[in-house]
Design a protein around this ligand. Structure first.
Ligand code: ADP
Ligand code: MG
Ligand code: ZN
Length: 478
């Protein structure tokens, strides 16, 4: 039997306003070649200027993954020719990367916790993009993406299956989102994963020969590519043949991988320190200040929700899965200290509407305080449960306040005693036979009477006060 050995190289685009070595916009998209200048388009004679924010963001990312930060760092040129790279070299880091020796804990269902070692995180520039026009049979270069800052997270070969890789990619996406350095939208290419994979026999000392599958941009593709590759390499080894060290591409439609090129070694890139970019020294004070700016990270939040707020692990996990939602939850609990009620209403009602596309978690059109008031009103039966849900819907649709909506729609339960007493009297009078049955000991007809009263008094009184009044009245008839 063969054991899979997997290591990852993950590229994440940093959320800086401008590119890493010039002032061009680093925003996603834009008309072709409208976000580039002589510098990022590789014109001779231009000089790069390092974006300080990109360095800070990379350090933040390093902290979330427990890395050591090198206080002296510099950039190297990785030379290769490809039309998406106008300088014919990528500015990257080989010899002295910014972050080293990290670790990230993952949890896999049925496997428990496992630590993945991070070899390094370095800061580099993205390349442009080739747009293939099959109709005219040409490829065109768009350099908007060229020079957007990227971090490359390189793990040790610590994974043994696709589930572990999935957990890890989800975990680091969350960390980068919390750190505010990358939104990790895989479908937009903000996070791209290269999977290195080899097989070894039980008891082998040396790792097997690996294939590298480039640029996977969804969790599903990662999983499928790993599973296919394990099958492919197993067959090769079982036939007594050798796995070739190479770079492969995953074909989404077929679910297979195919050879792209034979593996290039580091020395083939003729790396050398970039003479145009000065080395950077970072002081301890700067590192401390970057660390201080980090928010509470997802693991700590998860623990707090479970230990302090007594939420179930499942619900706690749902809340932390989106930092905007988790922040909203924390804010709401600050103004109404019933974490379970708030969490239930967020998970069952708010998230459902977000998933339906009715609103965006990052742009909730009402405050967490207003939301908390709604949950409290429902808890205290000042508003019926169903009406509370409707109120939320109106708050999303109109942006109106809870008060306005509840007032206009008559959702406030006013506890009108007079109406309570007269309505119950009337219902008892109309149901003489049922009352007689009840008095003769047929207690289960109480439910029927209660149902009639609730229907007539919905929104006028709470179910509790209706029940109490009905019991009192029937008691007196005994
Ligand atoms: P390169 O930079 O040439 O691609 P590295 O040695 O830096 O090679 O490794 C890159 C990635 O490949 C790392 O994530 C590492 O964990 C992984 N890796 C290295 N050797 C193996 C192997 N034999 N099997 C699986 N993954 C491996
Ligand atoms: Mg590589
Ligand atoms: Zn530019």
């Amino acid at each position: 039997m063969f054991i899979p050995v997997i290591g990852l190289e993950v590229h994440a685009e940093l959320l800086t306003d401008s590119k890493i070595f010039c002032g061009c916009s680093a925003e996603f998209g834009g008309d072709h070649n409208t976000r580039c200048c002589p510098s990022c388009a590789g014109f001779p004679g231009t000089l790069p200027m390092l974006n300080k924010r990109a360095v800070e963001y990379a350090i933040r990312a390093g902290f979330t993954m427990n890395c050591d930060i090198n206080k002296l760092t510099y950039w190297d040129r990785k030379n290769y020719f490809y039309p998406d790279l106008p300088t014919a070299y990528q500015v990257s880091q080989l010899y002295l990367p910014l972050c080293v020796n990290g670790k990230v804990d993952i949890n896999v269902d049925g496997e428990g916790s496992k630590q993945i070692r991070i070899h390094q995180i370095h800061l580099e520039e993205d390349a442009g993009k080739l747009v293939h026009d099959d109709f005219n049979n040409v490829s065109l270069a768009d350099y908007n993406r060229g020079g957007i800052p990227l971090i490359e997270i390189v793990t040790e070969p610590d994974f043994s299956n696709a589930d572990e890789v999935k957990e890890f990619v989800e975990k680091i996406s969350l960390l980068l989102q919390y750190a505010g350095v990358c939104e990790c939208r895989m479908e937009q290419g903000q996070l791209r994963v290269d999977v290195n994979i080899s097989l070894m026999r039980q008891g082998d000392e040396k790792l097997g020969t690996r294939a590298e599958i480039k640029n996977l941009n969804s969790i599903k593709s990662i999983t499928r590519a790993i599973e296919y590759e394990i099958k492919r390499q197993t067959e090769i080894l079982q036939n007594g043949e050798k796995v070739v060290q190479e770079t492969r591409r995953f074909n989404e439609n077929r679910g297979t991988t195919s050879s792209l090129r034979s593996k290039v070694d580091a020395h083939d890139y003729r790396y050398f320190p970039d003479p145009d970019i000065p080395a950077v020294t970072i002081t301890q004070a700067e590192l401390d200040s970057i660390r201080e700016q980090l928010p509470e990270l997802p693991d700590t939040r998860l623990e707090r929700y479970i230990d302090e707020y007594k939420l179930t692990p499942v619900n706690a996990k749902i809340l932390i899965a989106d930092r905007a939602i988790s922040d909203f939850f924390d804010e709401a609990v600050k103004s109404y200290n019933k974490p379970k009620s708030i969490s239930d209403f967020i998970i069952v009602e708010l998230l459902r509407r977000i998933n339906l596309g009715e609103l965006d978690a990052n742009a909730i059109p009402f405050s967490a305080q207003e939301f908390a008031r709604l949950v409290q009103a429902a808890d205290e039966q000042k508003i019926a449960k169903n009406n509370a849900k409707t109120t939320l819907r109106y708050m999303i649709e109109t942006g109106d306040s809870l008060d306005k909506i509840a007032e206009e729609n008559g959702f406030w339960i006013k506890e009108d005693r007079e109406k309570l007493v007269s309505t119950i009297d009337k219902i008892l009078a109309e149901n003489e036979n049922v009352v007689a049955e009840y008095l003769a000991g047929e207690v289960k007809v109480f439910g029927y009477l209660m149902g009639q009263c609730t229907k007539a008094l919905r929104g006028v009184c709470t179910p509790q006060s209706i029940k109490k009044e009905l019991e009192d009245k029937l008691g007196k008839l005994k």
